[in-house]
Write a new protein. Structure first.
Length: 363
């Protein structure tokens, strides 16, 4: 037991700061989408709902005329609310898009990530160091190692403070407010650790799949899934050869209408070259989507690939993300993820306080 206590302490001391940064930045990112939408409300919503939206091909051409050379429209997302502007996706830079008023054709502006969230994301993934040094992502590696160490810290903490009687269990799960500051921070560290343990472990174990290829392979193997190398996406829609600009989007509106009739419950429908993707809000894998191939000449649906029939690797990949960010159960699990991540950030701070105070008392 003494050895486990020392392991818990001497892993926590050097890695505690990085664990604090990772947990805190992760908590800040949980509600990025909602906060950004509120901050840029004029970008994501339209001023007045019209009688009928303009055809997708017309909107795509309007946006195309505003783009720089070499940048093209790759898809349009239609949401289930008439007040939400259409999102027009672009070929570059990565994840680029603009929003357009579907009733007037006004290009409202491009997607903007708030500087605060951009900083939190860079901290969370790379400790502000996204550039590889001699082929090694130093910040990403440090975050990965610290997350792996965090798993060991959580498990050793459970072993050290595991109650051996009902009275001990009651004490472990209670934060006393009338026993002084030292007891308060001690109880918060121990009791909070017990309450948050499972969720913190789930976040850490899923997050490690983005840090180390060897871990990702092992994680997938545990669930009986073989990892697959990402395949190169068809980029023919970004090339200027072949079909002329006038008919690149000719069948998009028909394809959208055909899928909309099939899936009236969809929360959003994305039309791109030869494919329509359908997403439905609800519990479970938040990256789950059904895909429909369509004829670029007629817009008729020619085949479908439902999520339930997709590969196990694809399903697991979506579940990893949904569990890591806490989105699998809607707003309730996201609130839990936010609070637990914040508490995870507090564990190193309360741990440092108890350790430093103990050193001071000994002196």
């Amino acid at each position: 037991m003494k050895l486990i206590k020392k392991l818990h302490l001497w892993l926590s001391v050097p890695f505690g700061l990085v664990i604090f940064i990772t947990c805190f930045s992760g908590a800040m990112l949980v509600f990025e989408k909602e906060i950004t939408a509120a901050f840029y409300k004029e970008l994501y919503t339209i001023e007045q709902v019209g009688e009928k939206a303009l055809p997708l091909e017309q909107l795509a051409e309007i946006v195309s005329l505003t783009l720089d050379e070499g940048v093209e429209v790759t898809g349009i997302t239609v949401f289930d609310s008439a007040e939400k502007a259409y999102q027009v996706k672009l070929s570059k830079p990565k994840h680029a898009s603009v929003y357009v008023d579907q009733y007037t054709g006004e290009v409202k502006g491009s997607y903007k990530r708030l500087p605060f969230f951009a900083t939190m994301f860079r901290l969370h993934r790379w400790l502000m160091d996204p550039t590889p040094n001699a082929g090694v992502f130093v910040g990403k590696t440090i975050v990965g190692i610290s997350t792996l160490v965090f798993v060991v810290i959580l498990i050793t903490g459970l072993v050290v403070w595991l109650p051996r009687s009902k009275n001990m269990l009651r004490n472990r799960l209670t934060v006393k407010l009338n026993k002084g500051w030292r007891r308060f921070w001690y109880d918060l560290h121990v009791a909070g650790g017990f309450y948050a343990l499972v969720v913190l472990l789930a976040m850490a174990l899923t997050g490690l799949t983005w840090s180390f290829p060897w871990y990702r392979t092992a994680f997938y193997n545990v669930f009986g899934v073989e990892t697959q190398k990402p395949f190169a996406q068809n980029d023919t829609h970004n090339k200027r050869g072949g079909r002329n600009k006038a008919d690149r989007f000719a069948s998009w509106q028909l394809a959208f209408e055909n899928v909309e009739m099939l899936r009236p419950e969809a929360s959003k429908i994305t039309v791109s070259k030869g494919e329509v993707s359908v997403t439905v809000d609800g519990w479970g894998n938040q990256r789950a989507s059904d895909k429909y191939k369509f004829s670029e000449q007629t817009g008729e649906i020619v085949s479908e690939q439902l999520y339930v029939d997709s590969s196990r690797a694809n399903k697991l990949r979506g579940w990893i993300y949904s569990v890591h960010v806490g989105s699998f159960g809607g707003i309730a699990t996201r609130v839990i993820a936010f609070l637990v991540a914040l508490f995870g950030a507090s564990l190193p701070l309360t741990g440092y306080y108890l350790w430093i105070r103990r050193l001071y008392v000994r002196k």
